[in-house]
Write a protein that binds this ligand. Structure first.
Ligand code: ADP
Ligand code: MG
Length: 449
């Protein structure tokens, strides 16, 4: 159905959303080398210059790519990444093997990796983040290690990366002799894998072991990769033994990090574990006001209150909404008003207006299929239970703004890949079985009424 132009256009949209979702740096490193090849039988084929990039993206991002792509084109059922070999005559193919590393080894500790906006001065403190903020401050200002590691955790877009960069900026400014390294867990793994390939793991280890403060962002990405986990563990222990500060962030608490070895989980929880709670109205409003002030812009208080009340998912989305309004106003020369805000943010607001909860869906679907609501969380795999559960997951994705991991969590702590699997399954069933499709329609009507 989709020709090459449409496919390119879809990839353009998906890329934009992905860049937003996973961050510019990761996108540039891993996803920008990809391009769309074809769409057939619901499968999107993306081409990758190397097997390494293919494996990495498949393991980490195929779920995100799929769920975003499905919002652009509902026909898509899965995403496959294939290695597309460049003809031998092309010189480029030779230098393509490691697309990320045009940069030097030390890059991760340079300022380039740090966002200049992410400072303590620009961080608004409220109830949900006060502990995390105080702990980050303490680490930044301390001359001695008080708790090790500092483990920051919380949902997407709540300020973990901001706090880590703020620590780094503070130390760079006030104690320039201290060596600080900030890097994402993915970068850590990438460097490690590269060191393995070039048989240079000694140098790799030495670099980390000579730092004063090591910060690793999003460690949930280290889980599952045995050799990197092992290396992380050793580096971690060496640094702790030498009394060097470690700061780690993740989207879950140490004990909830699936795929992480027990000894690692317990070690991560040794220091101070500070979670960042979902935002409150006051915090959202405070952040908006401070952003508007720092941009020297004028936005009516009513509009800010409206945004703070409506966009509750995370701060990144809130900022995105504000940016959209400002961009529009500066392009058209019209002031931002409540009406224009409502109009411009229609799509975002619709997403947040759905007040249907995952629990509502589970309850209704369970009633519909005559099973107990508790079976939505159970591990049972028999079809009479598994199918309703998959239906409920599918509806949760389609009728609520929750992310795949959030949905998985509400279904007895399942992984987001299980949710993706359920969505694919239900999509396929809808096509195969018209009775089922009809039933599903009815369920949706009931839930939406
Ligand atoms: P996370 O790493 O937890 O996903 P980020 O640190 O990237 O989230 O934060 C997302 C966006 O929200 C960033 O632009 C960040 O500056 C902003 N932000 C988060 N918390 C605050 C805060 N308390 N005050 C000001 N801006 C914040
Ligand atoms: Mg982050």
């Amino acid at each position: 159905m989709s020709g090459p132009d449409e496919l390119a256009e879809q990839w353009g949209k998906v890329s934009l959303a992905l860049r937003h979702e996973i961050g510019h740096a990761i996108f540039e490193s891993w996803l920008s080398p990809l391009s769309p090849l074809s769409l057939s039988n619901g499968v999107i084929y993306l081409k990758s210059p190397t097997g390494f990039v293919r494996d990495w993206v498949t393991n980490h991002y195929s779920g995100d790519i799929l769920s975003i792509w499905r919002t652009v084109n509902h026909e898509v059922l899965s995403v496959e990444i294939v290695v597309y070999s460049v003809p031998k005559t092309s010189l480029e193919s030779v230098s393509y093997e490691l697309p990320v590393e045009a940069e030097s080894e030390q890059d991760w500790s340079r300022d380039g990796a740090l966002d200049p906006r992410f400072t303590f001065e620009n961080f608004i403190v409220g109830k949900p983040n006060e502990l995390a903020h105080a702990a980050a401050r303490r680490v930044a200002e301390a001359t001695e290690v008080t708790f090790n590691p500092l483990f920051l955790y919380g949902g997407v877009g709540l300020g973990k990366t901001h706090l880590m960069h703020a620590i780094a900026w503070h130390i760079k400014k006030h104690s320039p002799n201290r060596k600080v390294i900030y890097l994402s867990a993915e970068k850590f793994m990438y460097q490690f894998i590269k060191a393995l390939r070039f048989k240079d793991t000694m140098a790799f280890k030495e670099q980390f072991r000579s730092v004063d403060v090591l910060m690793i962002d999003d460690v949930q990405f280290i889980s599952g990769k045995d050799s990197t986990q092992e290396e992380f563990f050793h580096t971690f222990n060496a640094l702790v033994d030498q009394n060097h500060q470690i700061v780690v962030s993740a989207d879950k608490s140490p004990s909830d990090l699936d795929g992480m070895e027990e000894r690692m989980k317990s070690r991560l929880g040794w220091g101070l574990v500070a979670d960042i709670h979902p935002t409150t109205y006051e915090l959202r409003l405070g952040i908006l006001q401070s952003k508007v002030r720092s941009m020297g812009a004028k936005v009516p208080g009513k509009v800010l209150e409206f945004l703070a009340a409506k966009i509750i998912s995370n701060i990144r989305e809130l900022e995105g909404a504000l940016n959209r309004l400002m961009a529009h106003s500066s392009l058209t020369g019209h002031a931002v008003t409540l009406e224009s805000a409502q109009e411009l943010l229609k799509d975002l607001l619709r997403k947040h207006d759905k007040r249907l909860s995952i629990e509502d869906i589970q309850k209704r679907v369970a009633e519909h299929y005559g099973i107990r609501t508790s079976e939505m969380h159970s591990a049972k795999r028999i079809r009479s239970v598994a199918l309703p559960r998959q239906v409920a997951m599918y509806l949760s994705k389609n009728l609520t703004p929750f992310s795949l991991p959030e949905i998985g969590r509400k279904f007895g702590g399942r992984d987001h890949t299980t949710v993706i699997h359920a969505i694919k399954k239900i999509d396929a069933l809808k096509i195969e079985d018209s009775g089922f499709a009809y039933n599903l329609e009815i369920l949706i009507k009931i839930l939406e009424s």
